[in-house]
Ligand binder design. Structure first.
Ligand SMILES: *[C@@H]1O[C@H](CO)[C@@H](O)[C@H](O)[C@H]1NC(C)=O
Ligand SMILES: *[C@@H]1O[C@H](CO)[C@@H](O)[C@H](O)[C@H]1NC(C)=O
Ligand SMILES: *[C@@H]1O[C@H](CO)[C@@H](O)[C@H](O)[C@H]1NC(C)=O
Ligand SMILES: *[C@@H]1O[C@H](CO)[C@@H](O)[C@H](O)[C@H]1NC(C)=O
Length: 314
């Protein structure tokens, strides 16, 4: 629950602090195999991947779980025919949908390498963009921008000046403008993405969605200021104690309640495609992106997610 609650205490009406939530879902290891779905769909972003179903992912060991770990990777052993399907990869979607909530992600490793485009995000694929899209973290080709972004239907913009540690790019969230680049905020730290994130043991991302604002935070693994709420999974959390977010999207010029509906949580790893492919050379990767993916399986040995947990509070 999010907004100011009025508590009646002995006849006094007191405005209590907002931002307290209770744990509703706690996914660790094998739990991801029960209430999440491997989406064996054509990649909507036109990547050089072949998303496989759960049985295939498990049998190829692209998806692997232990008591405290979920690994999801793309194939790193097969040379592909240029006329055949793309590299086998995984796209994992929660079966459950959420409106206002907090989601916390403990990520030890994210896919890295030229051509990679990993993302953790929330949307409702069957009603995009009307149900909104929150990209909690995504990036391409190991480089910038490593950002958190909203994509929406029309009439949703962000104020230029706002209380966040990140740097805003475009403030127009409408997917129909600017080739659907959305309103992104770049994380100010280099250890929030890619090889530097991985070398540091990863960290935690958290997203709070209310009808007044959407906030995203990042704490590196060795950041002593990570809240106990985030690292330790208590039954109740209070986001008002977490400090200034990395990205802050207020409802000043965007009615969040009408631009965001019931959304699933999604992890994916695509290769090349609309973003990673378009900037592949300008990001310092050589040759042709699709050819590179086809011919160099071993280049993808570090293209994997290692997830400690996903917790959702409502
Ligand atoms: C499957 O992948 C996991 C995680 O990378 C690894 O620890 C395990 O050894 C692999 N299993 C096989 C049979 O290759
Ligand atoms: C994104 O991450 C890479 C790799 O860690 C880093 O070099 C780059 O500076 C980051 N970009 C931003 C905008 O934080
Ligand atoms: C949108 O993409 C097209 C094709 O890639 C490009 O020509 C155009 O310049 C882009 N427009 C913007 C506003 O980025
Ligand atoms: C755009 O959104 C604002 C609220 O942010 C609302 O007052 C206005 O009516 C909307 N305009 C249209 C054309 O829907």
């Amino acid at each position: 629950m999010v907004f100011t609650k009025l508590l009646s205490l002995g006849g006094l009406i007191t405005a209590a602090s907002a931002a307290t939530y209770s744990l509703s879902d706690n996914w660790i290891g094998p739990a991801f195999l029960n209430t999440w779905t491997h989406e064996a769909i054509a990649d909507p972003t036109n990547g050089r991947v072949n998303y496989v179903d759960q049985a295939t992912a498990l049998s190829l060991n692209l998806t692997y779980t232990s008591d405290d770990t979920l690994i999801m990777r793309c194939d790193d052993t097969t040379v592909l025919s240029s006329s055949g399907p793309g590299r086998n990869s995984v796209r994992l979607r929660s079966d459950k949908t959420y409106t206002t909530h907090v989601a916390i992600f403990d990520i030890r490793h994210m896919p890295q390498g030229c051509a990679t485009w990993p993302a953790v995000w929330e949307t409702l694929e069957s009603d995009w963009p009307n149900s909104g899209e929150v990209d909690i973290v995504e990036g391409v080709n190991d480089v910038s921008p490593n950002q958190s972004t909203l994509h929406t239907s029309s009439n949703c913009t962000m104020p230029a000046a706002r209380d966040q540690t990140g740097t805003a790019g475009s403030n127009d969230c409408y997917g129909g403008d600017n080739n659907n680049s959305g309103c992104g905020v770049q994380d100010p730290t280099t250890n929030s993405y890619g090889p530097t994130f991985n070398a540091n043991g990863g960290g935690w991302y958290a997203m709070e969605r209310t009808n007044s604002y959407i906030s995203i935070w990042f704490w590196a693994r060795n950041d002593g200021s990570v809240p106990f709420d985030v690292s330790s999974g208590p039954a109740q959390i209070d986001t008002s104690t977490w400090g200034e977010p990395t990205a802050y999207f207020p409802n000043t010029d965007c009615d969040l309640a009408s631009h965001f509906g019931q959304n699933n949580i999604i992890f994916d790893l695509t290769l090349c495609g609309d973003w990673a492919g378009a900037v592949y050379n300008s990001d310092g990767c050589s040759g042709d992106c699709v050819t590179y993916v086809n011919e160099n399986p071993s280049a993808f040995s570090n293209a994997y997610w290692d997830i400690g947990f996903v917790r959702v509070y409502e």
